[in-house]
Design a protein around this ligand. Structure first.
Ligand code: SAM
Length: 280
């Protein structure tokens, strides 16, 4: 094995068959495996009869361990970085280590494989020419709603990770903020026995999810279709709230003008909406 290289090795996201022969060979030949959770990865190592020593490198010790690992590279050792599942650094530890190793001038080599976001995107049927990945949204509804509001007018596909504890809440926040017609796709338990890919208007997906508890279990990738041209002109919940508050104090024209100058939304659209709100 070539010396002084950090290999970033992708591991399966469910199906053990997805560990590539190159990954197995790399994990067998390196001097050390830096693993997010050595006990968790121990099962994978056992399955593939890999006996390379492991060192835990996780969110809480990564910066300090990075220095030790750079030192080992400087002594001519080779190291493989793995996380609990999928590609390291993708909503997983490894960023500080890879930066430190590159900064020290050593080679970092990807040993490619599974990644839940790419797997989900590839089967979602949503546009893939442009997309953004946001990892996990804030766990509290207020933070999550705020983030979704910021993203409501993004015109390309948006990809998120979500845990089973929050999947119902997240989908209901999407319906609330982005509207019941926005197309979304849930990619659940990819590569595993209960793999399910379900998409449609957000309200339909919400109803489907609520109707079957089993569909709320496991690991999820959530994909949201980009906003369409006409949705860009929709008045969002925050704009409507502001308009409603101002309407309680001011005449329609003034309320619409102030909301327009604060939000940048078209005055005419706000004026029309204000008329509707006042039942005129
Ligand atoms: N590094 C991983 C990757 O390359 O996808 C992601 C790690 S992140 C800590 C774990 C999250 O990824 C899960 O909560 C879930 O949102 C998503 N995920 C991982 N495996 C999955 C699977 N088999 N099916 C669907 N989502 C999965």
């Amino acid at each position: 094995m070539t010396v002084s290289i950090l290999y970033v090795v992708s591991t399966p996201i469910g199906n053990l068959e997805d560990l590539t022969p190159r990954a197995v060979e790399t994990l067998k030949k390196v001097d050390l495996i830096a693993a997010e959770d050595t006990r968790h990865s121990g099962r994978l190592m056992q399955h593939f009869a890999i006996s390379t020593p492991m060192l835990a490198v996780h969110d809480h010790n990564e910066r300090q361990r990075a220095q030790i690992l750079v030192e080992k590279l400087s002594q001519g050792q080779s190291i493989a970085l793995i996380s609990d599942a999928g590609t390291p650094l993708i909503s997983d530890p490894g960023y500080h280590l890879v930066s430190a190793v590159r900064e020290a001038g050593y080679k970092v080599v990807p040993v490619v494989g599974a990644c839940a976001l790419i797997a989900a995107l590839s089967v979602s049927g949503l546009a893939t020419d442009r997309f953004s990945f946001y990892g996990f949204l804030p766990s509290k509804s207020s933070g999550r709603t705020q983030k979704l509001q910021q993203l409501a007018k993004v015109t390309h596909t948006q990809v998120f990770y979500e845990s089973p504890h929050r999947i119902v809440a997240m989908v209901s926040d999407i319906v609330l903020v982005m509207g019941s017609h926005r197309q979304i796709v849930l990619a659940r338990e990819l590569t595993k026995t209960f793999e399910t890919i379900y998409g449609g208007p957000a309200a339909d997906v919400q109803a489907w999810l609520l109707a079957d508890h089993n569909q709320q279990k496991g690991e999820f990738v959530v994909l949201i279709e980009g906003a369409e041209e006409e949705q860009l002109h929709d008045i969002g919940p925050e704009e409507e709230r502001m308009l409603t508050l101002l309407l309680a104090e001011l005449p329609i024209k003034k309320a619409a003008a102030i909301t327009a100058s604060i939000t940048g939304h078209k005055k005419k659209a706000l004026y029309d909406r204000a008329l509707e709100l006042q039942g005129k």
